[in-house]
Design a protein around this ligand. Structure first.
Ligand code: ZN
Length: 325
């Protein structure tokens, strides 16, 4: 970049006149014992004035444009949410995974950190709201939704000074069940209208998370012997909102909430309580996404959260949507 262009930029940005800027540059050149060219001096002056001469010609990659199958991904984003790490056993090996939700103005995306990569969270003292650069990453498909993973050379840098906005909420679209498509997160107002009489309660080993066998009044893990089991609650059913219905699967707290029965009670009574659920037909706000259940080759709305219907909020939503029309 030569001095004339830099001078022009300084004038544009500061409102100073040509003479003044030119003199400052020549003075700078002298100050540096004429060891730098006029171009070099102009560059130094511009920098001292806080001007960024090398405006990024490359636009930042937006999260909404991140697709599955990218081999070398660099992404600047803001940490939206950090989930606590989970440990489990896979093919006989102990694994640790922590999910981090990244956001920018265009949306959110999940990044899974595995095993030693979890140290990055500690080392960088990552927290919600921080702007980060993800490098050496790649994306893979997770039930139709792209997900970020780090390669061996990958890592996370903290960006101290960044204009990336903090996503105000996870990309969540309120919709009717008849409009749900795979690969997107939705919120629907619907009622559970049917419950399938499936397992409901799975006893798991608290150490290796494998299912345990019941032997008499005790639970035995193949690997860890007698254990006090953890309970996994899985509820399968159908939700309906009047525009359509969809098979759905609810886990843990979500299942407990929709059943309207305490976890202890569910464990005590067992699957037989499914025949007398009192919340059938009760409306909730379900958040989730439609995923292909490969085992049954059917699509299921996998619930990731449930809220009670807040009548006041709902009324406002309706009024707002009417006033937009
Ligand atoms: Zn075990």
């Amino acid at each position: 970049m030569d001095a004339d262009i830099i001078i022009k930029k300084i004038i544009e940005n500061t409102g100073k006149c040509f003479e003044e800027v030119n003199r400052t540059i020549l003075n700078k050149q002298q100050e540096l014992s004429n060891l730098v060219s006029k171009d070099g001096a102009a560059y130094i002056v511009a920098k001292e004035m806080g001007l960024d001469l090398f405006e990024k010609t490359q636009r930042r990659l937006e999260i909404k444009n991140v697709v599955s199958g990218i081999k070398n991904l660099n992404l600047n984003a803001r940490i939206f949410r950090i989930f606590p790490p989970k440990e489990f056993e896979y093919k006989g090996k102990k694994c640790k995974v922590a999910n981090v939700i990244l956001s920018d103005e265009s949306g959110t995306i999940r990044m899974s950190l595995w095993d030693t990569q979890l140290d990055l969270l500690e080392k960088n003292k990552l927290k919600v709201g921080q702007a980060v650069e993800i490098f050496g990453a790649y994306t893979r498909d997770n039930s139709g939704i792209p997900e970020i993973r780090l390669s061996r050379r990958g890592g996370i840098n903290i960006l101290e000074d960044s204009d990336i906005p903090f996503g105000t909420k996870e990309e969540m679209v309120r919709t009717d069940i008849c409009n749900i498509q795979e690969g997107k997160k939705y919120e629907v107002r619907a009622a559970l209208v049917q419950i399938f009489n499936t397992g409901l309660i799975y006893e798991m080993c608290p150490t290796c998370k494998k299912r345990v066998k019941k032997e008499g009044s005790e639970f035995v893990c193949e690997t860890d012997g007698k254990v006090k089991p953890e309970y996994l609650i899985v509820l399968n059913g159908v939700i309906d909102d009047g525009t359509g219905n969809v098979r759905t699967v609810l886990f843990r707290d979500d299942a407990v909430k929709v059943l309207g029965v305490d976890l202890e009670k569910i464990i005590e009574i067992g699957p037989s309580l499914l025949s007398e659920v009192k919340t059938l037909g009760k409306e909730f706000i379900f958040e989730g996404s439609l995923k292909k259940n490969k085992m049954f080759n059917k699509s299921e709305f996998v619930i990731s959260g449930i809220k009670d219907v807040n009548v006041k909020e709902e009324a406002n939503t309706i009024i707002n949507s009417l006033s937009k029309k």
